[in-house]
Structure formats: structure tokens, C-alpha cells
Design a protein around this ligand. Structure first.
Ligand SMILES: NC(=O)c1ccc[n+]([C@@H]2O[C@H](COP(=O)([O-])OP(=O)(O)OC[C@H]3O[C@@H](n4cnc5c(N)ncnc54)[C@H](OP(=O)(O)O)[C@@H]3O)[C@@H](O)[C@H]2O)c1
Length: 186
């Protein structure tokens, strides 16, 4: 089955956005995002789509919304998470893709974390205020497989680290209830 991967840029305090928008400019991360999504169908929430404003070239866009009247030319609209995953897998299979990227925002990451095979994260070294956060993940379920530190480049507002995590156990695995959420950076 084509693996579902969560692609996200996450600040040290877990924040990913504020007031329905991104809160940093990181040109290097935009290049990584492009490389990880190009040619693949992407699943996103309606608010994230609104913040981007249009379908991105070279990628099929699947927007999840409860609004039955929502329609945008060039965009696939679905009304629940299972429909998003089923359509994403069908499109990814047809196009011969190796992954099915999920690109946010917070609500969509939270609902699809249990199904994710990998987390492809950009840890942004800043702690901005924000109202959208990435869900905590368990270190018992994901194992780090790659890490690349980057100082801020000329068009990056912050230093950041690319971190790839692969699922090693099914969701819900824990020998004992966690007393506090695990974050990689803790
Ligand atoms: N840093 C990053 O990597 C990154 C990536 C993406 C987004 N972001 C940020 O994240 C923020 C947006 O996240 P968010 O959590 O507010 O919104 P979101 O996840 O983008 O979208 C939420 C919307 O998706 C729809 N939805 C969610 N669950 C659904 C379900 N089970 N069935 C049907 N529809 C469902 C609803 O749309 P309707 O209201 O239309 O029904 C809901 O309002 C923004 O600040 C954005 O910039 C950051």
C-alpha cells in the first residue's frame, strides 16, 4: 500500500501556523516541500487550501471540507478523512507515486497521524506564538532515520533541521500510558 507521509514544518514549541497562515519564510524548506510533493497527490484541510489560495502546479490537490457546496476548479473535494485517503491512494497508484503526502493543517495532521508511515519534518528553531500546532507523536511508534541541520540561509528567517521519522509500531502502541506527550525535541 502506498505509504501516507506527513510533511510539516514545526517550530520548537510545536506551532505550525497562526490565524490561518504560515508564520515564517524559509525558502530552503519551500524547496524541500516542493521535492517531497511534486508529482504526487496531496491531502490538505480546507483552511490550509484557503491560505495557499490555489492548486499548486504539478500536484493533484485533495481538499477535505464538511462544506458540501465547496468547489474550486482543478481541486478534488472530499467530505471526510477516509474518502481523502481512498482518493489519494487511487490517484497515487495511477500516477505510480511512492508516497501520499499529507500537508496539513493541524486538524488534518491530528486525524491522520495514526495512519502515517512516516513524518517528514522541518524542525524550525524558533518558538513563535500560534494557534495551530502539530500533534505530539510517540517515540515508541516512530524512529528517526535521517537528520540534517541547516543554519538559516540568506532567504530563511530561522535555522532549521530536516528530520525523517519512520513508523516502527502501529498507532496506540505503548507499554504504559504516556504521562506527557513525547516530542522529538524534548
Ligand atoms: N507549518 C506547516 O507545515 C503547515 C502546513 C499546513 C498548514 N499550516 C498551518 O496550519 C493552519 C491551518 O490548520 P487548521 O487545523 O486550522 O486547518 P486545516 O487542518 O488546514 O483545515 C481544517 C478544515 O478542514 C476540514 N476538515 C477537518 N477535518 C475534517 C473531517 N474529518 N471531515 C471533513 N472536513 C474536515 C474542515 O473544513 P470546513 O471548515 O470547510 O468544513 C476544517 O475547518 C494555518 O495556520 C496554516 O498556515 C502549517
Amino acid at each position: 500500500m502506498i505509504p501516507l507521509v506527513l510533511v510539516a514544518a514545526v517550530a520548537d514549541n510545536g506551532v505550525i501556523g497562526d490565524d490561518d497562515r504560515l508564520i515564517w519564510r524559509l525558502k530552503t524548506d519551500m524547496k524541500r516541500f516542493r521535492a517531497l510533493t511534486m508529482g504526487r497527490p496531496m491531502i490538505m484541510g480546507r483552511k490550509t487550501f484557503a491560505s495557499i489560495g490555489k492548486p499548486l502546479p504539478g500536484r493533484e490537490t485533495i481538499v477535505v471540507t464538511r462544506d458540501r457546496g465547496f468547489a474550486v476548479e482543478g481541486v478534488h473535494v472530499v467530505h471526510d478523512i477516509p474518502a481523502a485517503v481512498a482518493l489519494g491512494r487511487a490517484l497515487a497508484e495511477k500516477a505510480g507515486c511512492d508516497t501520499l503526502p499529507v500537508v496539513g493543517g493541524a486538524e488534518i495532521y491530528r486525524q491522520l497521524l495514526p495512519e502515517a508511515e512516516a513524518l517528514l519534518l522541518t524542525l524550525v528553531h524558533a518558538s513563535p506564538p500560534g494557534d495551530a500546532v502539530f500533534p505530539p507523536w510517540s517515540v515508541e511508534e516512530f524512529k528517526e532515520t535521517a537528520r540534517e541541520e541547516h543554519p538559516a540561509g540568506p532567504e530563511d528567517e530561522h535555522a532549521f533541521t530536516f528530520v525523517d521519522l519512520q513508523r516502527i509500531r502501529t498507532a496506540g502502541y505503548a507499554s504504559a500510558p504516556l504521562t506527557k506527550p513525547d516530542r522529538m525535541t524534548n
